[in-house]
Design a protein around this ligand. Structure first.
Ligand code: SF4
Length: 281
């Protein structure tokens, strides 16, 4: 173990980390290196429906359900309970502070039909609990960033310490299709990221891995750099790239984690070719 001094909770927030309240909870607080404290996660797809089928996804899709309207009042009630518990010292988090309320979970937050309603409710609750300094983070595969409800929600976040972490795991259409296993066009992901980052700074979250024992080829990483540089050249604002690898049992057994050396190799290539801070996890 490195700095990952494990408590009852995982130390890093990837898309689907789970903590003290169990895998079926709408709300799951975890200790997160990325937010440097407690991240209170909101699972925006308890039915486990997602418009991607990432080969590294750790969600058990055997119970996959349909897309359903997200129940904001129920989520808010659970969020209040969890915040109350943590502020009362429950959950095994010691002196750690709540640094973020994070939308992610077993599906895609930008698919919600009432995304802005959820953001509005989170802001009210966060402020009532005197957590105004805590971030509101949305971890997204970027498919729905052009939807009206999402655009409204992001604007609310802009004025309320919000951060978008947009997933980008490929540089070419073919590799994107291999990793995300979706019919969603890669170009649309890139244009959604560009348009959204022209409005506010975002972070890019990129998971790289070995597929059938092979890490992404150099051409793939260079294509990824070109994509990011194209976003920057067109006025996109990227405050950091979060680079990580698989840490939980993935959907496909031929997917394995990169070694530390492999991650360092990719991080170095990114650092040499993109003028954005690269953070590795
Ligand atoms: S976007 Fe990919 S990693 Fe995230 S829930 Fe969907 S399938 Fe899993």
């Amino acid at each position: 173990m490195t700095e990952q001094k494990r408590l009852q909770t995982p130390l890093t927030t990837t898309l689907h980390d789970r903590g003290f309240y169990g895998s079926e909870s709408l709300i799951y607080p975890v200790l997160s290196r990325r937010v440097k404290g407690i991240s209170v996660g909101i699972n925006t797809s308890i039915s486990k429906a997602c418009n991607f089928g990432c080969i590294y996804c750790e969600v058990d899709r055997t119970k996959k359900g349909n897309f359903i309207k997200f129940n904001v009042p129920e989520a808010d009630a659970q969020l209040r309970k969890v915040l109350t518990d943590i502020q009362a010292g429950k959950g095994g988090f010691g002196d750690e502070k709540i640094r973020a309320i994070t939308l992610s979970g077993d599906g895609e937050p930008s698919s919600l039909t009432n995304f802005d309603e959820l953001i509005q409710r989170i802001i009210i609750t966060r402020n009532e609990f005197n957590l105004n300094d805590s971030k509101i983070v949305v971890i997204s595969n970027s498919t729905g960033l052009n939807r009206e409800t999402v655009k409204k929600g992001l604007k609310l976040m802009d004025d309320n310490n919000g951060e978008l972490w947009a997933k980008l795991d490929a540089g070419t259409e073919d590799y994107f299709k291999l990793i995300a296993s979706t019919r969603f066009p890669f170009d649309k992901i890139l244009s959604n990221i560009l348009t959204t980052s022209q409005e506010r700074p975002i972070k890019i979250q990129s998971c790289f891995m070995n597929v059938h024992g092979e890490m992404p080829k150099e051409e793939e990483i260079m294509a990824y750099c070109d994509r990011v540089n194209n976003i920057l050249a067109n006025g996109g604002q990227i405050s950091a790239i979060q680079l990580y690898t698989v840490s939980r049992p993935p959907a496909e057994s031929y997917v394995t984690a990169l070694t530390g050396d492999q991650i360092n190799q990719i991080a170095q290539m990114l650092q040499e070719n993109i003028n954005v801070p690269i953070e590795t996890y």
